[in-house]
Design a binder for this molecule. Structure first.
Ligand code: NI
Length: 164
């Protein structure tokens, strides 16, 4: 398990456009494994390569954070080819810790990408999964959710303490 440092808002690298991945190699495999470790360690549902300082079009997503490593998605060179409907809800980002804001996203998207074996996949996603895909893909073009949020960033509520 290897963790990488998560770049925070204000770091120029988060504003750059990422480059397509042409081939899978050991370096990229290690990057993807480290991105998963870093995402789970930070308690996020998604992470994009520029958030760990690498300008490649790679994102990892796992909205089922209660079962880490069970079924993570690795999306390489992802492109949204269909969008439908609207959902409005709070969004946060590992690069903007402790904050949330309301963002409108499509309710349903269809995304085309290469998986970790560089095989082409077309996937339909709705609800939180669709939101996560849109959020992470924005990172690949230097866009942060705060750029498109409906209102100001608010403090995220601290998780409730568990009672014994
Ligand atoms: Ni983010």
């Amino acid at each position: 398990m290897a963790l990488r440092q998560i770049r925070l808002d204000g770091d120029d690298i988060l504003r750059k456009k990422c480059k397509e991945v042409k081939e899978m190699n050991e370096r990229t495999k290690t990057l993807i494994a480290d991105m998963l470790d870093t995402m789970y360690d930070a308690g996020g549902v998604g992470l994009a390569a520029p958030q760990v300082g690498v300008l490649k079009r790679i994102v990892v997503i796992d909205i089922d954070y209660e079962n880490p490593y069970d079924n993570p998605y690795v999306l390489i060179n992802p492109v949204i080819i269909e969008k439908e409907g609207e959902q409005c809800g709070d969004e946060g980002c590992l690069s903007i810790p402790g904050k949330v804001a309301e963002v409108t996203r499509p309710e349903r998207v269809v995304v085309k990408f290469l998986n970790g074996d560089m095989e082409e996949v077309t996937l339909e996603a709705t609800d939180l999964f669709a939101r996560a895909i849109c959020h992470e893909l924005d990172h690949l073009d230097g866009v942060l959710y705060k750029d498109i949020a409906e209102g100001p960033l608010r403090d995220a509520e601290a998780p409730e303490e568990e009672e014994e």
